[in-house]
Design a protein around this ligand. Sequence first.
Ligand code: SF4
Length: 189
Amino acid sequence: MGIEAVMPHDNIMTTQLNRVVNWARRSSVWPLPFATACCGIELMATACSRYDLSRFGAEVMRFTPRQADLLIVAGRVAVKTLPVLQRIYMQMTEPKWVISMGACASTGGVFDTYAVVQGVDQYIPVDVYVPGCPPRPEMLIEGIMAIQKIIDSDNIPRDPDGKRRPLEIALQPTYEPAAQPLDVSIGAT
Ligand code: SF4
């Protein structure tokens, strides 16, 4: 199934170059997983068969920044690790996007200590904040879809100097936490 199934073979289509380029970019986002803690496990789950990130064309994880255009910071970042994160961001090619995945990456989470960065957005521009501890794979997929929408709409904000500005999209949790404590019945038939 594809466009060739609905159009005669000898047809000609005209479109704008930037539409084709954006379509190709958003259909082949290559993430670099900067996974430092438990959020990384959810990131791995997102690529597994149950959630199947490849449906969104974003499953090709790259471990070299020059081949990646989406940096996913998943987990807490120690102050000692920060220069590594910054260097990776600098080495990624433009246009590039950043997702801050989980409470620790966005705010330091429960690790309110001098050794943990209290929000990576203080040091690198963040486009999408994915909430949760840990965020569910669906939430991360929603974050990637938000990036894809921005790419599609060709709406990358820049300041007067032409420098890229972070999008700072904060996703809302899409699930209702169950009331606690749950009723437990032992020996019920
Ligand atoms: S946000 Fe929660 S799950 Fe993610 S790294 Fe921090 S403690 Fe782990």
